[in-house]
Design a protein around this ligand. Structure first.
Ligand SMILES: C[S@@+](CC[C@H](N)C(=O)[O-])C[C@H]1O[C@@H](n2cnc3c(N)ncnc32)[C@H](O)[C@@H]1O
Length: 215
């Protein structure tokens, strides 16, 4: 059975996250690029996520868009969503500076309430989010991702590697049991195409077998 957290507590985490990342936005890229595990994670992402030019991609919890920009460089039609306005402002500055014209939309929003129609995207990525929330929220996010993914669409998503527990001394990290996470994937009718340990994370490449519920 999944431990379910009440909605008020989830909203409290979201509020904390928004404030935390609004403050961190200024230094986020600098911190990430100076961190070795991040480079391993990014390299592995590049190996696993093979996007074709004209595909529609959504990056959930896109932050400053490090991964979104990688996908835009491949010619994908990109959408990014995040709860922190300051992280998104950093992303918007980068888009302008790099003159990228295939990032169609960058908007504030929450991972469990995606403001897009059902079956819209070929790819959805969600990187560095689930460790901040209990598994019940991870399930809500995956359910929502499934809804907006096409049939046969792919999802790249990660959770922290729990065997590296010592590294995660931060109070606000949830070390999910990969088996429980995979059970949720199975229940939602995602197939695990690839599972890779990279940096501090376990990365999953999932395929959506059937269309999610329309709400
Ligand atoms: C560790 S950062 C990852 C950013 C980006 N995916 C990357 O890997 O560089 C986590 C991001 O999740 C966002 N976030 C936290 N809770 C969220 C939620 N419930 N819905 C959408 N975004 C959220 C934060 O604002 C932050 O930008």
């Amino acid at each position: 059975m999944l431990e379910v957290m009440d909605q008020k507590s989830i909203e409290r985490i979201k509020k904390f996250m928004r404030k935390f990342y609004d403050k961190r936005a200024k230094f986020y890229d600098e911190i990430q690029f100076s961190n070795q595990p991040f480079h391993e994670e990014l390299d592995s992402f590049k190996r696993l996520v093979k996007i074709k030019g004209d595909e529609l991609v959504l990056d959930v919890a896109t932050g400053t868009g490090i991964y979104l920009i990688e996908m835009a460089k491949k010619g994908a039609i990109c959408y990014g969503l995040d709860i922190s306005p300051n992280m998104l402002n950093k992303l918007k500055n980068k888009i302008e500076k790099l003159k990228i014209d295939n990032i169609k939309e960058v908007r504030t929003g929450e991972a469990d309430k995606l403001p897009y129609p059902s079956g819209m995207f070929d790819w959805i990525t969600c990187i560095g989010l689930l460790e901040y929330y209990p598994l019940s929220y991870a399930k809500n996010v995956l359910t929502e991702i499934k809804r907006v993914l096409k049939v046969d669409g792919k999802c790249f998503i990660d959770i922290p590697n729990p065997s590296l527990g010592d590294v995660y001394r931060l109070k606000h990290i949830y070390l999910h049991d990969p088996k429980k996470f995979e059970e949720i994937c199975k229940e939602l009718q995602f197939t695990v195409i690839e599972k890779k340990k990279a940096g501090l994370m376990i990365q999953y490449l999932l395929k959506n077998l059937i269309l999610g519920k329309k709400f």
